[in-house]
Design a protein around this ligand. Structure first.
Ligand SMILES: [Zn+2]
Length: 217
């Protein structure tokens, strides 16, 4: 820690624990934000930016909270008293907020998550929570879609799982090719949703029925 650059910084930012092995400290993370501000061409010590490294690191704690959470645990509690319910359970239009792992900018969209239970069901909010845990990590949409479907499939062992995600990638809309209004659609179908065309058709019919359903709430 003898570099000139670091010795210019406030004392608390220089006091790094000896064993800062795996995860950097908050101070190191704030220092990295200061560096990026300087790289962008601004002065991290001017009034408007003085609190920015702290705010960015706090925002990152929210954006990337999914690394601390276990999606398998979320699905652990299931219910078996379903009176023989054996139709599709679908959670439609779940708001999706994630970050692309190539540019660390937002991926914003919606997800539809369905499964066909085999005796066991979960509380429906748990399906949205599983999506949220994986979304709060650095992602590509294809992997996110597969992770959500695979986890539900592995833990609940239903007759099938279907996940469709439609999202806009800010790395495409605000930089690079600058193509706003484009959404990317990914899907992962497992079990009966993959093997039985009628079940898959029913699912796709349900998700495309947005706005014309029984409940416009
Ligand atoms: Zn990207």
């Amino acid at each position: 820690m003898k570099s000139d650059d670091i010795s210019m910084l406030p004392k608390e930012l220089c006091e790094l624990p000896a064993a800062a092995a795996a995860r950097p400290t908050r101070a190191e993370a704030e220092l990295a934000v200061r560096t990026l501000i300087r790289w962008a061409g601004d002065d991290p010590d001017r009034e408007g930016l003085i609190g920015t490294p702290d705010r960015v690191v706090r925002a990152y704690e929210e954006f990337f909270a999914g690394y601390e959470q276990d999606p398998v645990e979320i699905l652990a509690r299931t219910f078996e008293e379903t009176d023989g319910y054996d139709e599709i359970v679908l959670l439609r239009d779940i708001r999706l907020e994630s970050h692309c792992e190539h540019h660390m900018v937002p991926i914003i969209g919606k997800a539809h998550v369905a499964y066909l239970p085999d005796k066991r069901v979960v509380g429906i909010s748990k399906l949205a929570r599983v999506l949220e845990v994986y979304a709060r990590r650095l992602q590509i949409q294809e992997k996110l879609t597969a992770q959500v479907a695979n986890t539900i499939n592995d833990v609940l062992q239903p007759k099938g799982v279907a996940v469709v995600i439609e999202a806009a990638h800010h790395c495409m809309t605000t930089r690079g090719v600058h193509k706003p209004g484009i959404t990317m659609v990914t899907s992962r179908m497992l079990g009966v949703f993959r093997d039985d065309p009628a079940t898959r058709r029913e699912f796709l019919g349900l998700i495309h029925n947005g706005g014309h359903g029984l409940l416009n709430v």
